[in-house]
Design a binder for this molecule. Structure first.
Ligand SMILES: Nc1ncnc2c1ncn2[C@@H]1O[C@H](COP(=O)(O)OP(=O)(O)O)[C@@H](O)[C@H]1O
Ligand SMILES: [Mg+2]
Length: 268
């Protein structure tokens, strides 16, 4: 198993390379656990660049991004934040769930995401032009939205935006085989099960089960869990705390999985 193996869905690897070549920032959108972070790690390997990840949250300040003066042993010294480090090192700066960050914290990105490609450290009195290899990549999940948290359209328009989704069934199963030590038929059943729940999403209104939870279920199976057990604890239990919905989903899921009693898939 390669470390940062990434199975391409459409043309996201090509688009990522083009954006890197043209030195324009990239925005990845898509549901949770669909492979956004994995794609960035993979592209770090492909392009031979370090990836510096910043997990965004609503307390994130611009100082958390660019750095601050710190007192150490009586001296006051400037300490670079992760964004400044990424600019100086010509790395890929990956801002995960950027929609969580406050708009004023993101203002520092403006001069980096237009023709200037420059970071202005007002407090340290420094101006740092980004080397050609510096790339800003952000991600967020547009389906998970609260009215308070929206990226400004003017911010979004600074990026090339690539939408990622769950892989088609046959390729998602290949990912599971690659990530966990399970056979292809087992992986195919897990994906079928997930897709039946994903299709019921319109009725139930929850965040659909991701490739991530399927990988976890596959790993539990590799350690000896039955398909039903693994699906229960990795896929179903995290979905909904409503008992009625949970048992409806359990039935839906079980129809696609191997029954340990009969060793038959329940829908055969
Ligand atoms: N296209 C893909 N290729 C390879 N692995 C994938 C892919 N999509 C999802 N995965 C698996 O799912 C897990 C979760 O993906 P991740 O990149 O963390 O999702 P996101 O960042 O979109 O929430 C990964 O660790 C990997 O095991
Ligand atoms: Mg992620």
């Amino acid at each position: 198993m390669k470390n940062n193996y990434y199975h391409e869905n459409k043309n996201e690897i090509t688009l990522f390379k083009m954006a890197a070549e043209q030195r324009v920032p990239l925005m990845l959108t898509g549901p949770t656990g669909c492979g956004k972070t994995r794609l960035v790690e993979h592209m770090g390997d492909v392009l031979g660049r370090e990836v510096i990840t910043i997990s965004c949250h609503d307390d994130l300040t611009s100082s958390d991004l660019v750095g601050r003066f710190m007192v150490t042993g009586g001296d006051v010294i400037w300490s670079d934040g992760p964004l400044t480090k990424a600019v100086k090192e010509g790395a890929i700066c990956y801002m995960d769930e950027v929609v969580e960050a406050r708009h004023d914290s993101l203002a520092v990105l403006h001069s980096l995401t237009d023709h200037r490609r420059t970071l202005y450290l007002d407090r340290a009195g420094e101006t740092i032009p980004a080397p050609d290899t510096f790339m800003l990549v952000c991600s967020y999940n547009p389906a998970y939205r609260s009215s308070l948290k929206e990226l400004k359209p003017s911010f979004r328009q600074r990026f090339v935006t690539v939408a990622i989704d769950y892989l088609p069934a046959d390729r998602e199963a290949e990912v599971l085989v690659n990530e966990a030590d399970i056979s292809l038929p087992v992986a195919e059943r897990l994906v079928k099960c997930a897709n039946s729940i994903r299709n019921a999403d319109d009725v139930f209104h929850f965040e659909p089960p991701s490739t991530r939870v399927l990988v976890t279920a596959a790993k539990m199976i590799a350690s000896g869990a039955s398909e039903l057990e693994a699906t229960e604890v990795c896929v179903l239990a995290p979905l909904s705390s409503d008992g009625a919905i949970a048992s409806g989903l359990a039935e839906l899921a079980a129809a696609h999985l191997l029954d340990p009693e009969t060793n038959n898939s329940n829908n055969n």
